[in-house]
Design a protein around this ligand. Structure first.
Ligand SMILES: *Cc1c(COP(=O)(O)O)cnc(C)c1O
Length: 361
């Protein structure tokens, strides 16, 4: 079976070069006589792997010295709680609701304290990003929370919200390392790596050091960011294999010229697809043009039966995992860093053919 073009939203496609390298190093990592999965996380070899991964990540994102970087576990969904526990010092935080993941983060915060909804795009099924230029942010809020790229709905903030001087916290899971970001504009960035960076089971937190509390009474050890910061992410056994593969992806990104270059390629791929969607008689984008994601592209025909036929026929043609999320319906193509331009070209030509065959072009 040849490799398919995999448009899954996550876990998702990884670079072929990275998979080959991981396979090559599987039986014997750099002369150790064992794989990374089998070695102690306290070994000097593994320390080398995690330290190099952090250094490469810092270089890629240009992360300043006064930000900590940790690799953690528990799912990005656990961070919805731990972010609030660590950063909402007075128990108050403000949330912008742009889809399921932002809503889930908001719900966790509501369990733990006083979380306020300050904007939402629920009125139009999250097909746009609300105007964030003058939000009713509470004077004493600890932070303003966004999900910057909405994996399910295919929206992305065209610009960051005006937080009126308050700390910005962003879930960047499905856009992490897809383009350069100015880390200094955020207090905290978190991301599950299974969307754009690596295998499931690792989350990355980038947090400005002065926001990390020294003492957090009542908060379990593993939920305090300081625990893993002080231990360089080795307080307990980390996801060694996952961190190793993330490190290979960081190297792959550096070899390709870093995030400026990734942005150029990602913009090119996304425009191939959006330009076709905007011209098509059959298919259309579900998102307003100004707020479209470069990574997740939902689209519909408007006819459920045709949508289902499309997904099934595409799969036969080696274009897989195109079924949309149940809350949007239709299709969704996730075109992460590792999706080659040829994969998007193949998808667009398949869509053209399908449109002709279905008598709409
Ligand atoms: C997938 C996803 C999550 C959830 O990640 P888990 O690791 O499954 O908990 C959170 N936020 C965004 C934006 C996502 O795309």
């Amino acid at each position: 079976m040849p490799r398919v073009y995999n448009f899954s939203a996550g876990p998702a496609v990884l670079p072929e070069e990275v998979l080959r390298k991981a396979a090559d190093e599987m039986m014997d990592f750099h002369g150790c006589g064992m794989s990374v999965m089998e070695m102690s996380h306290r070994s000097s070899v593994f320390r080398g792997i995690i330290e190099q991964a952090e250094a490469d990540l810092r270089e890629l994102l240009n992360i300043p010295e006064n930000y900590d970087v940790i690799f953690v576990q528990g799912g990005d969904s656990l961070l919805f709680a731990s972010v609030f526990m660590n950063l909402a010092r007075n128990g108050k935080a403000d949330y912008i609701l742009t889809g399921n993941w932002a809503k889930k983060a908001f719900k966790e915060a509501q369990i733990l304290g006083d979380a306020a909804e300050i904007a939402s795009s629920a009125d139009k099924n999250f097909s746009y990003i609300p105007d964030c230029s003058d939000l009713p942010i509470r004077e004493d809020t600890s932070y303003v929370y966004i999900c910057e790229n909405n994996t399910i709905y295919g929206t992305k903030y065209p610009e960051l919200p005006n937080t009126k001087g308050h700390t910005l916290v962003a879930d960047q899971s499905s856009m992490f390392l897809s383009e350069p970001v100015d880390v200094t504009r955020y207090g905290l960035i978190h991301a599950g790596v299974q969307k754009n960076v690596g295998p499931a089971g690792v989350q990355i937190v980038i947090v400005r050091h002065d926001l990390v509390p020294e003492d957090l009474p009542g908060v379990p050890t593993m939920l305090r960011f300081k625990t893993q910061i002080d231990a360089n992410s080795l307080y307990n056994t980390p996801n060694c294999w996952g961190i190793y593969v993330c490190g290979l992806v960081f190297k792959w990104l550096k070899e390709r010229g870093g995030l400026d270059q990734m942005r150029a390629v990602n913009e090119h791929k996304a425009s191939l697809l959006y330009n076709f969607l905007d011209e098509s008689e059959l298919f259309s984008s579900t998102v307003v043009p100004s707020d479209r994601s470069l990574m997740n592209v939902p689209f519909v025909t408007g006819d459920k039966e045709l949508d289902a036929n499309f997904v099934a026929e595409a799969e036969q043609a080696g274009l897989v995992n195109l079924k949309g999320h149940r809350t949007v319906g239709g299709m969704r193509a996730s075109i992460y860093n590792a999706m080659p331009v040829a994969g998007v070209e193949a998808l667009v030509s398949f869509m053209k053919k399908f449109e002709l065959e279905n008598g709409r072009a």
